[in-house]
Design a protein around this ligand. Structure first.
Ligand SMILES: [Zn+2]
Length: 52
């Protein structure tokens, strides 16, 4: 069992998957769009944290 799915949209990953670092964690996404979406989601969360 080695099936991985995109962390953003849940579709299957192939060899074109992209690794994205979120916090201390590395996740994989299927395309750059998903990477950006995840990165922006994480950025929004982080800035929300610092604002308290
Ligand atoms: Zn995706």
């Amino acid at each position: 069992m080695n099936q991985r799915t995109c962390a953003a949209c849940d579709c299957e990953l192939d060899q074109n998957s992209i690794k994205v670092k979120l916090g201390g964690k590395t996740v994989e996404v299927c395309c750059e769009e998903c990477a950006t979406a995840l990165g922006e989601a994480e950025a929004a969360r982080s800035s929300a944290d610092t604002e308290k």
